[in-house]
Design a protein around this ligand. Structure first.
Ligand code: 13P
Ligand code: SF4
Length: 319
C-alpha cells in the first residue's frame, strides 16, 4: 500500500507538471479510479469520458481505459497529447469489426444510415454517419427511425438487438460481441434471483437478450451506477464488468452488490466479468507514460477529421 501511495503521489505531481488530466473508465483498477477523482480528472462511462476530455482545458489527456477511448479523445482533441498506460488494451468489439470488412458490408446497403458503437476504430467511425454509446443509443436510433431512416448497426449484436426490439427500427446488425458481457448466463441469474427475491437486477445491454430480459434496469455503466445509488432497494445483482462495483460500494456503502453469474461462476468468481484489456491499465503504466511520454495515440489528421463528424453529431445530440 505504501508503494502504491508513493506512486500515486508521483503521478499526481507529474499530472500537474505536464498540465495533464486523468480520464478513467469505471472498469479500470479501483486505485486508478480513485486517483482520477483525487487529481481533478474523471471516472465515467465512455460518453462521459469523451465529453470530459473534450471540454477540459488540460493540454494532455491520460486515458485509462481501452484503445477506442484514447482514439475518441484524440479525434475530439487533435491538438492535445493523448497518452494511454498500455496501447495494447483492445476491445473485442473493435477487433471484431475490421474497417475493410465493415465498409464492404456498408457498401452493399448504400440506402442505409450507418450507426456505429463507440467501441470501434477511428477508421470504422470515419465510415459511419453516427457514433453512439450505450447511454444514448436508444434515443439516437429512435430519432433516426422517426426520420424514416433504415440502419446498419455495428458492431455489438446484443446491444443492436436490444435497440431494435425497443424501437422497432429497421436495423441490419454486424455480429460482434463483448467477451465480458456475452458470458452472463440467464439460468444462473434466475437461480441467484431466487436466492435474493428482493434484489434489483442491473444489466448492461451488451449482454445476451435472455439476460437483458431479466433486468429491472438496462443501461450504460453510469446509468447502472445511478440506479444503484438512487433506488431505495438494498440488494443489487450487477451484470456488467465488476470494476463498477468499486464506485457502487463507495457511493452506496450500506447496500449489497452481487456480481451476476457468468458461465459457471455462481456469482462468486472474482476473475470473471473482468475485462482483460481494462485490466492492462496500471499505476506503473500511467506513471511511465507521463514521465517518458510513452504510448501516445497518433492519428492521421484526415482520418481524425472524418471520424470526428459522426462523433460530434452524437455529442451535439446528447447535450
Ligand atoms: P459504457 O458506454 O457503458 O462505458 O460501455 C462501454 C464499454 O463497454 C466499456 O467497455
Ligand atoms: Fe470491450 Fe467488453 Fe472490454 Fe468493454 S468490457 S472494453 S466492450 S471487451
Amino acid at each position: 500500500p505504501d508503494e502504491a501511495r508513493a506512486l500515486k503521489e508521483r503521478i499526481a505531481a507529474l499530472l500537474h507538471e505536464r498540465n495533464a488530466v486523468l480520464v478513467a473508465h469505471y472498469y479500470v483498477d479501483p486505485d486508478i479510479q480513485d486517483l482520477a477523482l483525487e487529481t481533478g480528472g474523471c471516472v465515467g462511462d465512455s460518453l462521459e469520458m469523451a465529453r470530459f476530455g473534450a471540454s477540459h482545458p488540460a493540454r494532455m489527456l491520460v486515458v485509462a481505459g481501452v484503445r477506442f477511448m484514447g482514439e475518441s479523445a484524440k479525434i475530439l482533441c487533435p491538438d492535445k497529447t493523448v497518452l494511454m498506460p498500455d496501447l495494447e488494451a483492445e476491445c473485442s468489439l473493435d477487433l471484431g469489426c475490421p474497417e475493410d470488412e465493415f465498409s464492404a458490408f456498408c457498401d452493399q446497403h448504400p440506402d442505409r444510415t450507418v450507426v456505429v458503437y463507440a467501441n470501434t476504430s477511428a477508421a470504422v467511425k470515419a465510415r459511419a454517419d453516427w457514433v453512439v454509446t450505450s447511454s444514448v443509443a436508444l434515443e439516437i436510433v429512435t430519432h433516426l427511425k422517426e426520420r424514416g431512416e433504415k440502419l446498419i448497426w455495428g458492431p455489438d449484436r446484443h446491444l443492436g438487438d436490444y435497440i431494435r426490439r425497443q424501437t422497432g427500427a429497421d436495423m441490419l446488425l454486424w455480429q460482434g460481441s463483448c467477451i465480458v458481457h456475452d458470458e452472463f448466463k440467464a439460468e444462473e441469474l434466475l437461480a441467484l434471483k431466487a436466492e435474493h427475491p428482493d434484489a434489483i437486477v442491473l444489466v448492461h445491454p451488451e449482454s445476451p437478450a435472455s439476460v437483458v430480459e431479466m433486468a429491472d434496469v438496462v443501461g450504460s455503466t453510469s446509468k447502472l451506477l445511478k440506479a444503484a445509488v438512487e433506488r431505495p432497494e438494498q440488494t443489487f445483482i450487477v451484470a456488467t464488468d465488476q470494476g463498477i462495483l468499486h464506485e457502487m460500494r463507495k457511493q452506496a456503502p450500506h447496500k449489497t452488490f452481487l456480481a451476476a453469474p457468468t458461465a459457471g461462476n455462481g456469482g462468486t468468481c472474482k476473475s470473471c466479468a473482468f475485462c482483460p484489456w481494462m485490466a492492462m491499465n496500471g499505476l506503473v503504466g500511467i506513471h511511465d507514460a507521463l514521465r517518458h511520454g510513452h504510448n501516445e495515440i497518433l492519428l492521421d489528421s484526415a482520418l481524425g477529421q472524418a471520424a470526428r463528424k459522426p462523433l460530434e453529431r452524437m455529442l451535439d445530440f446528447a447535450e
